[in-house]
Design a protein around this ligand. Sequence first.
Ligand code: PHE
Length: 451
Amino acid sequence: MHNRDTFASKIGIVAAAAGSAIGLGNIWKFPYMAGKYGGSAFIIIYLLAILLMGFPLICAEFAMGRKARTNAVDTFGVVTSKKAWNIIGVVAVLTVFLISTFYIMITGWVIYYFVTTLTGKLYHIPVGIEVATYFDMVFNTMSSSMWLPLILALIAVCATGFINAMGIQKGVEKYSKLLMPVLFILFLVLIGYSTTLPGFKGAISFLFQPDFSSITPSVIISAIGQAFFSLSLGMGALITYGSYISEKENIRSIGAQVVIADTIIALFSGLLIFPAVFTYNLEPTAGPALIFMSLPQVFLKMPGGQLFSALFFLMIFVAALTSLVSMLEIQITYIEEKTKWSRKKATAVVVAAISLGSALIIGGEGPLSFITITGKSFFDSLDYLTNNITIPLVAVFTAIIVGWVWKKNAFNKELAKGGHEANTVDHFFFFLLKWVIPPTILILMIALLLG
Ligand code: PHE
């Protein structure tokens, strides 16, 4: 086996893993899903999923990754000593490949909104057009064309590849340590402003007053899928990062920091977006277009809106970039170790493959939109497939492997490495991984299939 890099510091690991977790999932997807599924009830299930499934699974992925010290596919075979389990890793890596293809498209949209805010074009509204219609038109014209979104997506993936090509310490770790503070500062500034808006109270009650009437199995599985997506679980990301964590680090405490950072950013993204939505009477259920079509209407009306808009899209770009770095890392580590190619070559191949896939997805939003899969565009189909099926499945099998194949001793031993004695939390996590997570998710998935 060739020489593997490791993260140099704990702060570097936390920055990289939190950077992976905090992304479009928190700032773009969480608010619109919460809006669509009735706010607080969705959030409560989401939080339970984070705590009772996400946190133990983070420890499971880190532990498996560190134990096996290899790519996300072979990890499954190594920890179980049965190569057949690699199939789960294959599903994980394919899932992350598919997600990367639409993730760079959305990151490209974000770049578009950032740049057109800076040039002033976005807020230059032609006379005679209604504001809402104008922003719908801007979004639809941009996202349904071919070249512009493709070029922007390529910029996003190449920027990411540039970071990955430099390796774990000099690329992933260094840039995560640089970018995450920038993200937090931008976020704080924006939140601070948001609390001064009159719609802040309405947002709080929408987000935090439970209404359980809208809960169905499909809402529950969407909330769980979203929790996993947001924590970068079920796609080999934390297995891959785990494989670069040194033996002396405390996996549990790294996991806790990732959970806290990711959850805070998701909840606060709700608090960032909904006050504006309520202040200006927009629809909280606007869906994926919420930040692209609805928010600019808000930015237009509020004092200093353009500056707010620029900071907002810049922040999302930074968040998306560090997530993309982890997505590429999974695929690069895999290709590198399977082919023995250099990191640069593996990176170039991964970037090229994602770009090709993305061209198809982008086409599907525009010139190829006449092709649908059960009535959904490529992008919507992939989002559905990954969020509701493959991610939960990989998560279930990760739990099964740790709980039933790897067994308690091996799991606890890995967590206890570096003198971090196994404690009650580990025992509880093991119990959840073995007895709670697999049946809960499987039952929900079956209910979804039948329903
Ligand atoms: N967790 C990221 C987000 O919330 C998405 C992601 C998925 C990152 C898969 C890495 C791997 O946006």
